[in-house]
Ligand binder design. Structure first.
Ligand code: TYD
Ligand code: MG
Length: 464
């Protein structure tokens, strides 16, 4: 008997290779190839069989806006674009233990008033799910529960007209098709299972919610194609040691992307936070010196983070420079520009820089926020609480424009900030203007930064 042929499949892009390689030559990812039995490659050509002709239609037609299924959880409904669209597929990704199952259990239970909802878990047993429902006080909700992993069985059950309105699959990595040889969680299985489930959702018109695991790089495990296959990709993020969680739409065919919903994890599940700024600002210790809030963009997403700096007299011949979450070379550059162009000599001092929350920032747009934090720490004067700062600093001290100013300001406004220090870009004079309800101050040179953030510091010795 011939030995079953196995291939090496890139777990990032799904490309199939006949032998192992350190680097996938299709997408360039390192160390992403995994062995899978019976991975099938696409046929070489169409063959001689002729296909049917397809019909073309005009752009105009009578398509009604689909009626959305509203969960009556405003934070969730807003992120999905105003409710779940029948026949659509939503992928919810997030770190383990962040609360995906809890969120979806709450959403299904809430939707169950009025819609037929099904929750299928491949990770937990019925007893565990019931225990969680009881803890959340949702055990009376008319949700149909099942523990299953075989996609063929799931499809056989759900392939009936008007049987369900909303289906949750927790998680797509535990599902498998019995006609594929590879193990659950591999690219082939994840892709094929998702494809079958999404096709059924489109045919039967139910909203499909898929839970997806996240790799250590923060992307949804399995092929990137999974993100292309679904209509909406949501990320559920937050730090496990903190109470707050953010649900963020990364892609949405039925609503705006970059929308966020904020929740707080309590002992009775996730509680919606309708005033997120209070939550985030609550974490900050009022107006302390050395802290600046940076309005950044992470991937496609706007994120606000606090940058903390501490400048202290040094006992060492070579003063200490400690940086967490940012590039130390970039810090040296910002310090050199502050020194030569603004007369702020930090050379003989210890400098500590920390990006709060453990986030790592790579954007040059953080330069100005770092400079603001350093200035504030050195002068001992706090930046007024509700201010965000962003802008790239050039070597001559000029502040360069950055991308997506609007998205940054929108996020800042959403989170309750009222002032922004931004690069001079639109108005020639750098006048104060107001956008999204935010008081915007434009600066063209680093020299203008102290005046913009620290009105009192002008009298300070080092800024004379
Ligand atoms: P879970 O939804 O199981 O996470 P995921 O599906 O993303 O892996 O959430 C697990 C965590 O949430 C667990 O650490 C306990 C915590 N939790 C609460 O704090 N309160 C609650 O009411 C529930 C149900 C969970
Ligand atoms: Mg879970």
């Amino acid at each position: 008997m011939a030995k079953a042929k196995s291939s090496y499949v890139c777990q990032d892009c799904g490309a199939i290779h006949s032998k192992w390689m350190g680097r996938c030559d299709a997408c360039g990812a390192w160390n992403s190839l995994g062995e899978e039995a019976g991975a099938e490659s696409a046929p070489k050509g169409l063959g001689s069989k002729r296909g049917k002709k397809i019909n073309f239609v005009g752009l105009e037609g009578v398509e009604k806006d689909p009626p959305r299924r509203v969960a009556n959880m405003p934070e969730f409904d807003r992120v999905v674009g105003g409710g779940l669209v029948p026949g659509s597929a939503v992928l919810v990704g997030g770190d383990p233990g962040i609360g995906k199952s809890t969120l979806l259990m709450q959403v299904t239970a809430s939707l169950a008033n009025g819609s037929k909802t099904v929750y299928i878990s491949g990770e937990e047993a019925i007893a565990q799910l019931r225990l969680r429902a009881r803890r959340l006080g949702l055990d009376k909700a008319p949700v149909s529960l099942a523990a299953a992993t075989n996609v063929r069985d799931i499809i056989a059950t759900l392939d009936t007209p008007n049987m369900v309105d909303v289906v949750v699959i927790d998680s797509i990595q535990t599902m498998y098709l019995d006609n594929l040889e590879s193990a659950p969680g591999t690219v082939s299985q994840v892709r094929a299972s998702a494809q079958e489930l999404i096709r059924l959702a489109k045919r039967r018109g139910f909203a499909l919610l898929l839970v997806g695991h996240v790799t250590k790089e923060g992307t949804i495990a399995g092929p990137r194609v999974l993100e292309h296959m679904v209509d909406t990709v949501l990320h559920f993020e937050g730090e496990r040691s903190h109470q707050f969680r953010i649900l963020r739409s990364v892609k949405n065919r039925f609503g705006p992307a970059d929308e966020i919903g904020v929740f707080e994890m309590s002992d009775a599940g996730l509680v919606e936070v309708d005033n997120p700024s209070a939550l985030f600002l609550g974490d900050r210790d009022g107006d302390v010196s050395g802290a600046a809030v940076f309005a950044g963009i992470e991937g496609t997403r706007p994120v606000l983070v606090e940058i903390q700096a501490l400048v202290a007299p040094s006992a060492l011949a070579a003063p200490r420079r400690a940086v967490i979450g940012w590039d130390s070379g970039r810090l040296a550059m910002v310090m050199a520009v502050l020194d030569t162009r603004c007369g702020l000599a930090l050379g003989p001092l210890d400098v500590y820089l920390n990006v709060a929350g453990g986030l790592k920032i790579s954007e040059p747009a953080a330069d100005l926020a770092v400079a603001a934090a350093l200035l504030s720490s050195e002068t001992g004067e706090a930046i007024e609480g509700a201010t965000v700062v962003f802008g790239e600093i050039g070597l001559s001290g000029e502040i360069r424009p950055v991308s997506r100013v609007d998205a940054r300001l929108k996020e800042a406004a959403k989170l309750g900030f009222t002032r922004a220090i931004v690069p001079r870009n639109r108005s020639a004079k750098g006048a104060s203007l107001s956008e999204h309800g935010i008081d915007v101050t434009e600066v063209a040179h680093l020299r203008e930064l102290p005046d913009a953030i620290l009105p009192k510091a002008r009298t300070h010795k080092s800024l004379a």
